[in-house]
Design a protein around this ligand. Structure first.
Ligand SMILES: Cc1cc2nc3c(=O)[nH]c(=O)nc-3n(C[C@H](O)[C@H](O)[C@H](O)COP(=O)(O)OP(=O)(O)OC[C@H]3O[C@@H](n4cnc5c(N)ncnc54)[C@H](O)[C@@H]3O)c2cc1C
Length: 358
Protein backbone atom coordinates (compact mmCIF):
# COMPACT_ATOMS: atom_id res chain seq x y z
CA UNK A 1 0.00 0.00 0.00
CA UNK A 2 1.23 3.47 -0.74
CA UNK A 3 2.36 5.38 2.26
CA UNK A 4 0.77 8.23 4.09
CA UNK A 5 2.51 10.97 2.19
CA UNK A 6 1.53 9.59 -1.18
CA UNK A 7 -2.08 10.66 -1.00
CA UNK A 8 -3.76 14.01 -0.78
CA UNK A 9 -5.71 15.04 2.21
CA UNK A 10 -4.61 14.68 5.77
CA UNK A 11 -1.46 13.34 4.36
CA UNK A 12 -0.94 16.28 2.06
CA UNK A 13 -1.64 18.68 4.88
CA UNK A 14 0.68 16.67 7.02
CA UNK A 15 3.61 17.08 4.68
CA UNK A 16 4.63 20.57 5.76
CA UNK A 17 4.29 19.53 9.39
CA UNK A 18 6.49 16.60 8.71
CA UNK A 19 9.16 18.94 7.53
CA UNK A 20 8.73 21.70 10.05
CA UNK A 21 7.36 20.31 13.29
CA UNK A 22 8.24 16.70 13.79
CA UNK A 23 9.52 13.73 11.98
CA UNK A 24 6.91 11.08 11.45
CA UNK A 25 7.58 7.84 13.11
CA UNK A 26 7.75 4.77 11.00
CA UNK A 27 4.88 2.29 11.02
CA UNK A 28 4.75 0.84 14.52
CA UNK A 29 5.68 -2.78 14.88
CA UNK A 30 2.75 -4.86 15.97
CA UNK A 31 2.60 -7.71 18.37
CA UNK A 32 0.53 -10.69 17.22
CA UNK A 33 -2.39 -9.14 19.10
CA UNK A 34 -2.09 -6.05 16.96
CA UNK A 35 -0.81 -3.79 19.76
CA UNK A 36 2.12 -1.58 18.95
CA UNK A 37 5.24 -2.86 20.69
CA UNK A 38 6.31 -1.03 23.80
CA UNK A 39 9.18 1.33 23.19
CA UNK A 40 8.47 1.31 19.47
CA UNK A 41 7.78 4.31 17.40
CA UNK A 42 4.74 6.44 17.63
CA UNK A 43 5.38 8.18 20.85
CA UNK A 44 4.88 11.60 19.36
CA UNK A 45 1.57 13.21 18.60
CA UNK A 46 0.43 13.05 15.07
CA UNK A 47 -1.26 16.31 15.39
CA UNK A 48 0.79 18.95 17.03
CA UNK A 49 -0.21 22.28 15.69
CA UNK A 50 -1.51 22.06 12.18
CA UNK A 51 -0.83 24.63 9.59
CA UNK A 52 -3.57 26.84 8.41
CA UNK A 53 -6.16 26.66 5.79
CA UNK A 54 -5.90 30.33 5.03
CA UNK A 55 -6.21 31.84 8.45
CA UNK A 56 -7.78 28.74 9.94
CA UNK A 57 -5.64 26.26 11.76
CA UNK A 58 -7.06 22.83 11.38
CA UNK A 59 -5.85 20.45 13.91
CA UNK A 60 -5.36 20.32 17.61
CA UNK A 61 -5.09 16.72 18.56
CA UNK A 62 -1.58 17.20 19.94
CA UNK A 63 -3.34 19.06 22.68
CA UNK A 64 -4.66 15.81 24.04
CA UNK A 65 -1.35 14.35 24.95
CA UNK A 66 -1.49 15.54 28.50
CA UNK A 67 -0.22 13.46 31.35
CA UNK A 68 -3.80 12.90 32.48
CA UNK A 69 -4.61 11.60 29.01
CA UNK A 70 -1.62 9.28 29.09
CA UNK A 71 -2.52 7.92 32.50
CA UNK A 72 -6.05 7.30 31.39
CA UNK A 73 -4.78 5.63 28.20
CA UNK A 74 -2.47 3.42 30.23
CA UNK A 75 -5.34 2.39 32.49
CA UNK A 76 -7.46 1.70 29.44
CA UNK A 77 -4.69 -0.35 27.87
CA UNK A 78 -4.35 -2.43 31.03
CA UNK A 79 -8.10 -2.93 31.08
CA UNK A 80 -8.03 -3.93 27.41
CA UNK A 81 -5.29 -6.48 28.07
CA UNK A 82 -7.28 -8.13 30.85
CA UNK A 83 -10.34 -8.13 28.65
CA UNK A 84 -8.49 -9.57 25.66
CA UNK A 85 -6.91 -12.23 27.84
CA UNK A 86 -10.37 -13.25 29.04
CA UNK A 87 -11.61 -13.34 25.46
CA UNK A 88 -8.62 -15.37 24.31
CA UNK A 89 -9.03 -17.78 27.23
CA UNK A 90 -12.66 -18.31 26.30
CA UNK A 91 -11.64 -19.02 22.72
CA UNK A 92 -8.97 -21.54 23.79
CA UNK A 93 -11.38 -23.92 25.51
CA UNK A 94 -11.94 -26.61 22.87
CA UNK A 95 -15.30 -26.16 21.22
CA UNK A 96 -16.01 -23.06 23.28
CA UNK A 97 -16.18 -20.23 20.80
CA UNK A 98 -17.65 -17.27 22.65
CA UNK A 99 -21.40 -17.18 22.29
CA UNK A 100 -22.86 -14.16 20.54
CA UNK A 101 -25.52 -12.35 22.52
CA UNK A 102 -27.16 -10.63 19.56
CA UNK A 103 -28.33 -13.17 17.02
CA UNK A 104 -30.72 -11.03 14.95
CA UNK A 105 -33.52 -12.72 13.02
CA UNK A 106 -36.47 -13.48 15.25
CA UNK A 107 -34.49 -13.29 18.49
CA UNK A 108 -36.34 -10.17 19.61
CA UNK A 109 -35.27 -7.88 22.43
CA UNK A 110 -32.93 -8.96 25.22
CA UNK A 111 -33.53 -7.45 28.64
CA UNK A 112 -30.05 -6.35 29.73
CA UNK A 113 -29.12 -5.26 33.23
CA UNK A 114 -27.34 -1.94 33.70
CA UNK A 115 -24.21 -2.66 35.69
CA UNK A 116 -22.30 0.59 35.85
CA UNK A 117 -22.63 4.25 34.91
CA UNK A 118 -19.80 6.70 34.33
CA UNK A 119 -20.33 10.43 33.84
CA UNK A 120 -18.20 11.36 30.85
CA UNK A 121 -18.94 15.08 30.53
CA UNK A 122 -21.69 17.64 31.08
CA UNK A 123 -24.19 15.77 28.89
CA UNK A 124 -22.83 12.29 28.21
CA UNK A 125 -22.63 9.05 30.14
CA UNK A 126 -21.10 5.67 29.53
CA UNK A 127 -23.51 2.87 30.43
CA UNK A 128 -22.32 -0.70 30.89
CA UNK A 129 -24.91 -3.43 30.32
CA UNK A 130 -24.28 -7.09 31.25
CA UNK A 131 -24.84 -9.56 28.46
CA UNK A 132 -27.26 -12.40 29.33
CA UNK A 133 -24.40 -14.82 30.07
CA UNK A 134 -20.98 -13.96 31.51
CA UNK A 135 -19.05 -15.68 28.75
CA UNK A 136 -20.99 -14.05 25.92
CA UNK A 137 -19.67 -11.45 23.50
CA UNK A 138 -21.88 -9.01 21.63
CA UNK A 139 -20.66 -10.54 18.38
CA UNK A 140 -21.90 -7.58 16.38
CA UNK A 141 -20.71 -7.50 12.80
CA UNK A 142 -18.94 -4.28 11.84
CA UNK A 143 -20.45 -1.90 11.10
CA UNK A 144 -23.72 -2.41 12.91
CA UNK A 145 -25.73 -0.88 15.73
CA UNK A 146 -28.14 -2.00 18.42
CA UNK A 147 -31.76 -0.97 18.78
CA UNK A 148 -33.02 0.12 22.20
CA UNK A 149 -36.69 0.18 23.23
CA UNK A 150 -38.37 2.05 26.06
CA UNK A 151 -42.01 2.81 26.84
CA UNK A 152 -42.52 5.59 29.37
CA UNK A 153 -45.34 5.28 31.95
CA UNK A 154 -47.45 7.87 30.14
CA UNK A 155 -46.46 6.90 26.60
CA UNK A 156 -48.79 5.15 24.19
CA UNK A 157 -46.02 3.61 22.15
CA UNK A 158 -42.44 2.64 22.92
CA UNK A 159 -39.59 4.71 21.49
CA UNK A 160 -36.91 2.89 19.54
CA UNK A 161 -33.44 4.39 19.04
CA UNK A 162 -30.17 2.98 17.66
CA UNK A 163 -26.87 3.13 19.56
CA UNK A 164 -23.41 1.85 18.63
CA UNK A 165 -21.45 0.22 21.47
CA UNK A 166 -18.00 1.66 22.14
CA UNK A 167 -16.76 -1.65 23.61
CA UNK A 168 -15.13 -4.10 21.23
CA UNK A 169 -17.32 -6.66 19.54
CA UNK A 170 -15.37 -9.49 21.21
CA UNK A 171 -15.46 -8.02 24.71
CA UNK A 172 -16.66 -10.76 27.04
CA UNK A 173 -19.63 -10.23 29.32
CA UNK A 174 -20.81 -6.68 28.64
CA UNK A 175 -21.35 -3.83 26.20
CA UNK A 176 -20.68 -0.15 26.79
CA UNK A 177 -22.92 2.54 25.31
CA UNK A 178 -21.87 6.17 25.21
CA UNK A 179 -25.01 8.26 25.35
CA UNK A 180 -25.50 12.00 25.01
CA UNK A 181 -28.59 13.46 26.63
CA UNK A 182 -30.84 15.62 24.45
CA UNK A 183 -33.27 18.01 26.14
CA UNK A 184 -36.67 16.31 26.04
CA UNK A 185 -35.26 13.41 24.07
CA UNK A 186 -37.23 10.43 25.41
CA UNK A 187 -34.62 7.69 25.02
CA UNK A 188 -31.50 9.62 25.96
CA UNK A 189 -33.29 11.07 29.02
CA UNK A 190 -34.43 7.61 30.07
CA UNK A 191 -30.92 6.19 29.65
CA UNK A 192 -29.45 9.04 31.71
CA UNK A 193 -32.04 8.46 34.43
CA UNK A 194 -31.31 4.74 34.69
CA UNK A 195 -29.47 3.41 37.74
CA UNK A 196 -27.47 0.16 38.08
CA UNK A 197 -29.72 -2.85 38.48
CA UNK A 198 -32.40 -1.57 36.07
CA UNK A 199 -32.94 -3.24 32.73
CA UNK A 200 -33.21 -2.08 29.12
CA UNK A 201 -34.61 -3.85 26.06
CA UNK A 202 -31.95 -4.07 23.38
CA UNK A 203 -31.85 -6.00 20.12
CA UNK A 204 -29.47 -6.37 17.25
CA UNK A 205 -27.61 -6.33 15.10
CA UNK A 206 -28.88 -3.48 12.96
CA UNK A 207 -26.56 -3.98 10.01
CA UNK A 208 -24.99 -0.85 8.54
CA UNK A 209 -21.95 -0.89 6.23
CA UNK A 210 -20.35 -4.29 5.96
CA UNK A 211 -16.63 -3.91 6.61
CA UNK A 212 -13.90 -6.31 5.48
CA UNK A 213 -10.16 -5.79 6.05
CA UNK A 214 -8.61 -3.65 3.30
CA UNK A 215 -11.96 -3.21 1.60
CA UNK A 216 -10.83 0.35 0.88
CA UNK A 217 -7.33 1.84 0.71
CA UNK A 218 -8.38 4.92 2.58
CA UNK A 219 -11.56 5.88 4.42
CA UNK A 220 -12.66 9.30 5.60
CA UNK A 221 -14.97 9.67 8.57
CA UNK A 222 -16.89 12.91 8.96
CA UNK A 223 -18.55 12.92 12.37
CA UNK A 224 -20.49 15.35 14.52
CA UNK A 225 -21.10 14.83 18.26
CA UNK A 226 -22.26 11.30 19.06
CA UNK A 227 -21.88 10.53 15.36
CA UNK A 228 -18.41 9.45 16.47
CA UNK A 229 -19.64 6.11 17.86
CA UNK A 230 -20.22 4.29 14.55
CA UNK A 231 -16.96 5.79 13.30
CA UNK A 232 -15.15 4.55 16.38
CA UNK A 233 -16.45 1.05 15.74
CA UNK A 234 -14.83 1.12 12.29
CA UNK A 235 -11.63 2.69 13.64
CA UNK A 236 -11.30 0.07 16.41
CA UNK A 237 -11.91 -2.77 14.00
CA UNK A 238 -9.31 -1.54 11.54
CA UNK A 239 -6.56 -0.82 14.07
CA UNK A 240 -7.21 -3.95 16.15
CA UNK A 241 -6.49 -6.06 13.07
CA UNK A 242 -2.81 -6.16 12.07
CA UNK A 243 -3.84 -7.46 8.64
CA UNK A 244 -5.94 -4.40 7.91
CA UNK A 245 -3.79 -1.63 6.42
CA UNK A 246 -6.56 0.87 5.67
CA UNK A 247 -5.67 4.55 6.14
CA UNK A 248 -8.20 6.55 8.12
CA UNK A 249 -8.86 10.30 8.18
CA UNK A 250 -11.29 11.56 10.79
CA UNK A 251 -12.92 14.99 10.74
CA UNK A 252 -14.76 15.47 14.02
CA UNK A 253 -16.96 18.51 14.65
CA UNK A 254 -18.26 19.51 18.08
CA UNK A 255 -19.71 22.54 19.82
CA UNK A 256 -17.11 22.93 22.54
CA UNK A 257 -13.94 21.21 23.64
CA UNK A 258 -15.75 19.47 26.47
CA UNK A 259 -18.06 17.83 23.95
CA UNK A 260 -15.29 15.89 22.20
CA UNK A 261 -16.08 12.28 23.04
CA UNK A 262 -13.47 9.49 23.06
CA UNK A 263 -10.67 12.01 22.70
CA UNK A 264 -8.11 10.01 24.70
CA UNK A 265 -8.91 6.84 22.78
CA UNK A 266 -8.57 8.65 19.46
CA UNK A 267 -5.36 10.36 20.54
CA UNK A 268 -3.94 7.01 21.62
CA UNK A 269 -4.62 5.52 18.21
CA UNK A 270 -3.32 8.56 16.39
CA UNK A 271 -0.17 8.34 18.44
CA UNK A 272 0.34 4.66 17.71
CA UNK A 273 -0.58 4.64 14.05
CA UNK A 274 0.82 7.94 12.81
CA UNK A 275 1.24 6.62 9.29
CA UNK A 276 -2.37 5.60 8.95
CA UNK A 277 -4.60 7.61 11.25
CA UNK A 278 -5.14 11.37 11.30
CA UNK A 279 -7.80 13.24 13.24
CA UNK A 280 -8.91 16.81 12.59
CA UNK A 281 -11.02 18.50 15.23
CA UNK A 282 -13.39 21.38 14.56
CA UNK A 283 -15.07 23.39 17.30
CA UNK A 284 -18.00 25.74 16.91
CA UNK A 285 -17.30 27.37 20.24
CA UNK A 286 -13.56 26.97 20.87
CA UNK A 287 -11.59 28.18 23.87
CA UNK A 288 -9.04 30.97 23.32
CA UNK A 289 -6.19 28.48 23.37
CA UNK A 290 -7.69 26.27 20.63
CA UNK A 291 -5.34 25.67 17.71
CA UNK A 292 -7.67 23.49 15.66
CA UNK A 293 -10.30 24.53 13.15
CA UNK A 294 -13.17 26.79 14.17
CA UNK A 295 -16.81 26.94 13.13
CA UNK A 296 -18.57 24.18 11.27
CA UNK A 297 -17.02 21.44 9.19
CA UNK A 298 -16.83 23.22 5.83
CA UNK A 299 -15.96 22.66 2.19
CA UNK A 300 -12.50 24.16 2.39
CA UNK A 301 -11.49 21.87 5.23
CA UNK A 302 -12.92 18.74 3.60
CA UNK A 303 -11.31 19.59 0.26
CA UNK A 304 -7.96 19.84 1.99
CA UNK A 305 -8.01 16.81 4.25
CA UNK A 306 -10.17 14.15 2.58
CA UNK A 307 -8.81 11.70 0.03
CA UNK A 308 -9.67 13.00 -3.44
CA UNK A 309 -12.70 11.55 -5.19
CA UNK A 310 -10.55 10.52 -8.15
CA UNK A 311 -8.89 7.93 -5.89
CA UNK A 312 -10.86 4.87 -6.78
CA UNK A 313 -10.87 2.79 -3.67
CA UNK A 314 -11.95 5.28 -1.02
CA UNK A 315 -15.10 5.68 1.03
CA UNK A 316 -16.40 8.66 2.95
CA UNK A 317 -18.62 7.88 5.97
CA UNK A 318 -20.83 10.57 7.46
CA UNK A 319 -22.65 10.55 10.80
CA UNK A 320 -23.95 13.47 12.81
CA UNK A 321 -26.92 15.62 13.64
CA UNK A 322 -29.46 16.22 10.87
CA UNK A 323 -28.24 19.78 10.11
CA UNK A 324 -24.68 18.62 9.69
CA UNK A 325 -25.71 15.65 7.54
CA UNK A 326 -27.72 17.95 5.29
CA UNK A 327 -24.78 20.27 4.78
CA UNK A 328 -22.15 17.56 4.24
CA UNK A 329 -23.95 14.83 2.30
CA UNK A 330 -27.73 15.26 2.54
CA UNK A 331 -29.71 13.19 5.03
CA UNK A 332 -30.69 9.57 4.59
CA UNK A 333 -34.25 9.08 3.35
CA UNK A 334 -34.84 6.16 5.72
CA UNK A 335 -32.71 3.59 7.53
CA UNK A 336 -32.60 1.55 4.31
CA UNK A 337 -32.46 4.38 1.78
CA UNK A 338 -29.30 6.45 1.63
CA UNK A 339 -31.19 9.23 -0.16
CA UNK A 340 -29.68 11.55 -2.72
CA UNK A 341 -26.05 12.64 -2.32
CA UNK A 342 -26.12 16.40 -1.82
CA UNK A 343 -24.15 19.08 -0.05
CA UNK A 344 -20.41 19.57 0.20
CA UNK A 345 -19.39 16.04 -0.77
CA UNK A 346 -21.40 16.26 -3.99
CA UNK A 347 -19.92 19.68 -4.75
CA UNK A 348 -16.44 18.26 -4.23
CA UNK A 349 -17.12 15.58 -6.84
CA UNK A 350 -17.69 12.45 -4.76
CA UNK A 351 -20.06 9.89 -6.28
CA UNK A 352 -22.97 8.40 -4.31
CA UNK A 353 -21.06 5.09 -4.30
CA UNK A 354 -18.15 6.73 -2.51
CA UNK A 355 -20.30 7.98 0.37
CA UNK A 356 -22.05 6.12 3.19
CA UNK A 357 -24.46 7.84 5.59
CA UNK A 358 -24.87 6.08 8.95
C1 LIG B 1 -26.62 4.36 13.59
C2 LIG B 1 -26.81 5.30 14.76
C3 LIG B 1 -26.03 5.13 15.88
C4 LIG B 1 -26.18 6.00 16.97
N1 LIG B 1 -25.38 5.82 18.04
C5 LIG B 1 -25.48 6.68 19.10
C6 LIG B 1 -24.63 6.53 20.24
O1 LIG B 1 -23.79 5.63 20.31
N2 LIG B 1 -24.78 7.42 21.25
C7 LIG B 1 -25.74 8.43 21.23
O2 LIG B 1 -25.82 9.20 22.20
N3 LIG B 1 -26.56 8.56 20.16
C8 LIG B 1 -26.46 7.71 19.11
N4 LIG B 1 -27.33 7.85 18.06
C9 LIG B 1 -28.45 8.79 18.19
C10 LIG B 1 -29.58 8.11 18.99
O3 LIG B 1 -30.12 7.03 18.24
C11 LIG B 1 -30.76 9.05 19.31
O4 LIG B 1 -31.16 9.68 18.13
C12 LIG B 1 -30.42 10.10 20.35
O5 LIG B 1 -30.00 9.48 21.56
C13 LIG B 1 -31.64 10.98 20.65
O6 LIG B 1 -32.72 10.18 21.03
P1 LIG B 1 -33.88 10.75 21.99
O7 LIG B 1 -35.03 9.82 21.95
O8 LIG B 1 -33.34 11.09 23.32
O9 LIG B 1 -34.25 12.16 21.34
P2 LIG B 1 -35.08 12.49 20.01
O10 LIG B 1 -36.49 12.74 20.35
O11 LIG B 1 -34.81 11.45 18.99
O12 LIG B 1 -34.35 13.83 19.61
C14 LIG B 1 -34.29 14.95 20.50
C15 LIG B 1 -33.74 16.15 19.77
O13 LIG B 1 -32.35 15.90 19.42
C16 LIG B 1 -32.17 15.96 18.01
N5 LIG B 1 -31.29 14.84 17.69
C17 LIG B 1 -31.59 13.54 17.62
N6 LIG B 1 -30.51 12.81 17.35
C18 LIG B 1 -29.50 13.68 17.25
C19 LIG B 1 -28.14 13.54 17.00
N7 LIG B 1 -27.56 12.33 16.78
N8 LIG B 1 -27.40 14.65 16.99
C20 LIG B 1 -27.94 15.87 17.23
N9 LIG B 1 -29.24 16.07 17.46
C21 LIG B 1 -30.01 14.99 17.45
C22 LIG B 1 -33.52 15.79 17.41
O14 LIG B 1 -33.58 16.45 16.15
C23 LIG B 1 -34.42 16.43 18.45
O15 LIG B 1 -34.42 17.83 18.30
C24 LIG B 1 -27.16 7.03 16.94
C25 LIG B 1 -27.95 7.21 15.80
C26 LIG B 1 -27.77 6.36 14.71
C27 LIG B 1 -28.62 6.57 13.50
Amino acid sequence: MSLFVASRSAFRVAAPIKRTIRSYATEPKLTPAGEPKKGGSGSGSNSGALLGLGAAVLLGAGYYFTSAGSASSAAKLAEEKVKNAAGEAAKKIPGAEPKKAFAGGDQGFLSLKLEEVEIVNHNSKRLRFRLPEDDMISGLPVASALLTKYKGPEAEKPVLRPYTPISDEDTVGYIDLLVKKYPNGPMSTHLHDMVPGQRLDIKGPLPKYSWAPNKHDHIALVAGGTGITPMYQLIRTIFNNPEDKTKVTLVFGNVSEDDILLKNELAHLENHFPQRFRAFYVLDNPPKTWTGAKGYVNKELLKTVLPEPKNENIKVFVCGPPGMMESISGNKKSPRDQGELKGILKELGYSPEQVYKF
